[in-house]
Each structure stands twice: as C-alpha cells, then as structure tokens.
Ligand binder design. Structure first.
Ligand code: ATP
Ligand code: MG
Length: 368
C-alpha cells in the first residue's frame, strides 16, 4: 500500500499544501520546526484516525483555522482509494473512504503504518512495560482473539489487585480471591502462548535485519521471559495453565502480604541482547537506535507475511546518532514498501539516497 498524494488544509502549520509521494523512499528534509513531523503525523492519522502526539484533536487544527482537513489518494489492495478526515473542534471528526463514512478503527482496513519516533528508543532502555506494549499492540492487530484475552486479563488483574489492596479492611473480599486468581492463570496461559510465538517470529525477522544494518558486525537476539514455573511457553494453553497455577499456589501467601499480584503475564518481558550482552544495560546510543529500528522493521515483515502488503513506514528523526554506513542502510536499503524519513540535515542527503527528496519550509513542501 502507498500514499500517492496527500493534501493538508489547516492541519498544524500547513495552511493549504499538496504533496505527491514516491512509491519507495521519501526523504523529508528541512530545518527544525518547519512541519516534518506534522506531515508524518498526518499520514499516521490516515491509518488510525488519531495522532501519535496528542489525544486532543483540536491541537491539530492550525492556529487561526476553524477546521482541518486531510485528503489522501492511496493505493491499497491494488486499487486507488480516497481518504478524507475532517476535524472541527467541538464536533466529532468525520472520516470517509471513497465517500463512505468510516470509524477511526476501520481505517486500518485501508492503510496500515509502522511508526518509529524518538520515543521508541525507550523500547531498549526502559522497563518491561514498553516491550509488553510492543507485543500487545502488534499481536492484537494480527490476532484479534488476542485482544480479547488481553482485555479479559486486564479486567481480572484490576479486580484482583483491588481485592489484595482492600482485604485487610474487608476480609469478606477474600471469598472470591481464588476465583480471580484462577481466571488470571487461564488468561495468562493464553497471553503467554501468543507472546512466545510472536517473540520467536520477531527475533527471527529482526536478527538478519540488524546484522545487515550494523554491517554484519552485530548479533541481535530476543528472549521472551515469563512466569518462572512455565517450562515450555510453546506448549498447549492447558499445560501452561498448570504451570502458572503452580506459581500461583506457591505465591498465594506472599500476594496477601505484599497486597499485589505476583503471578501472571503482567510481569512478562522481551529481553534484547546485542552480541550476547543485555542491550538495556550495555547498548550505545547508536546501537540502541539500530536495535529499536530493527525491531520495527521486523514488525513490518510480520505484517507483510500476514496481510500480503507492506505497511507504510514512518521514520521520524532516525538518522541522527547513526554512523554513515547505518545511515546509508536507512536511506537506501530498507526496500519493500513506501517509507517516509524525516531528517534535519540537508547537506548531501539528495546525493546519498536513491529516493525522492522533499524539502519543507514553514509548512510549504518543495520537491528537490
Ligand atoms: P524538528 O526538526 O524540530 O523535529 P519539525 O519540522 O518536525 O521540526 P514539527 O513538529 O512538524 O517540526 O512542527 C513544526 C511547527 O508546527 C512548530 O513550530 C509548531 O509550533 C507548529 N505547530 C504545531 N501545531 C500547530 C498548529 N495547531 N497550528 C499551527 N502551527 C502548529
Ligand atoms: Mg520533528
């Protein structure tokens, strides 16, 4: 799938601008604060109906404008389609595809994006929650049943946490504790199965990408970590359930004392190793960026295998901190579908990429 052209009217700092995008790589260059990320944000909106930077649509409407509009011609599932998103503060946003009204979540039937923004560097260096979110988001998109298990797990987790917090004041709450624990073990077993399979697939795809990206110098490996009593996360849900129950029984007393859930898939992690050492503790800035980007590119391969089309890849500010050979990889060797890459430095980019170079200044876009 790809964007053929996109028109922005009163969106962020774009008063009225239209741009045609190349099928492959598009490098979007310009000084700070000219509208590079705003353009990526508008493309992201075409796939989700919302921004990755704000929950408030009114922030997207240009200063002094009463409404904003994004209009795009895209090719998806081998046909040309037109997407329109109209934002007017105080009203619900209007979304349509080929003139037919759609909800925000239905947009993913037409356009998918994989976004890499500077916040994604947290994937490597921060706590396990961000890596669980990566797994949860990706698996939910390709396996709708997983989203159901996850919602069920979160509901049970919240309820059980409340019981454990309040049982001192209200001992009768303990009557239902074991029921919730059992439900959580069941839901955990499902999440663990899906996550183990996804982690293996992601690792398999990310390894070669990272190897090429870093110049074959580095080995990237992923290791899925879950409840310690689970002997084989690829086993049947029933077997995993028994293993999780064993952990639960052993920790029942400790949970009452700690007043929090100590057993379940909410503590899972996806450990990342570069050349055998934990990236979280030892990776350099360039390695962190390379590894995070390799994971995103791997996610894109999984998407391709599942849907038959590459999602549109949006890379915001990835080039800084990369040495010239790693930059060259980003500029020329990602291949496959359509890619939009923003970067600040203008010097020499045009001669270093085979893709289309666009230059943005104060919300105006020029093709170089
Ligand atoms: P950088 O290289 O620093 O990341 P950028 O080109 O990515 O810069 P953007 O984040 O796209 O910059 O933002 C460009 C400008 O858009 C900023 O100066 C910002 O103030 C402006 N801007 C943001 N929201 C709006 C809005 N609703 N109306 C008008 N201008 C806005
Ligand atoms: Mg930016």
């Amino acid at each position: 799938m790809r964007i053929v052209r996109i028109a922005l009217n009163g969106f962020r700092n774009y008063e009225w601008e239209t741009v045609e995008l190349a099928p492959g790589t598009n490098v979007i260059s310009g000084q700070n604060a000219q509208g590079k990320t705003n353009l990526l944000e508008s493309v992201y909106m075409l796939s989700t109906g919302r921004s990755f930077r704000t929950r408030f649509d009114k922030e997207l409407v240009g200063f002094g404008f009463s409404s904003a509009e994004i209009l795009a011609d895209v090719i998806s599932h081998e046909r040309e389609q037109t997407i329109n998103i109209a934002l007017r503060p105080g009203q619900t946003k209007k979304i349509s595809v080929n003139g037919v009204k759609k909800t925000a979540s239905e947009l993913s039937e037409t356009v998918n994006t994989v976004l890499f923004c500077p916040d994604d560097l947290n994937l490597i260096k921060e706590g396990a929650a961000v890596r669980r979110r990566l797994m949860d988001n990706a698996i939910s998109q390709i396996r709708p049943r997983y989203a159901g298990y996850l919602a069920e797990f979160n509901r049970l987790y919240e309820h059980k946490t409340r019981i454990l917090k309040d049982w001192h004041e209200k001992p009768s709450l303990l009557e239902t504790l074991d029921e919730f624990s059992d439900g959580m073990c069941r839901a955990s077993a499902q999440l663990i199965r899906y996550r183990a399979a996804f982690a293996a697939r992601l690792g398999k795809a990310a390894g070669p990408i990272h190897g090429e990206f870093s110049g074959e110098g580095e080995r990237l490996e992923l290791s899925y970590k879950t409840v310690s009593t689970v002997k084989d996360p690829f086993a049947s849900a029933k077997e995993i359930y028994y293993d999780v129950c064993e952990h639960q029984e052993r920790h029942r007393q400790a949970e009452l004392e700690a007043q929090q859930c100590l057993t379940g898939a909410h503590k899972d992690d996806l450990e990342i190793f570069i050349n055998g050492t934990a990236a979280r503790s030892f990776a350099s800035q360039g390695q962190t960026r390379t590894a995070a980007l390799s994971l995103k590119l791997a996610e894109r391969e999984i998407f391709l295998a599942e849907t038959g089309e590459y999602p549109i890849l949006l890379l915001d500010d990835v080039l800084s901190e990369l040495d010239s050979r790693r930059q060259e990889f980003v500029l020329n060797r990602i291949g496959g579908g359509q890619t939009l890459i923003t970067c600040c430095e203008d010097e020499g980019i045009s001669s270093r990429t085979g893709g289309r170079v666009l230059f943005i200044e104060k919300g105006r876009i020029k093709q170089r």
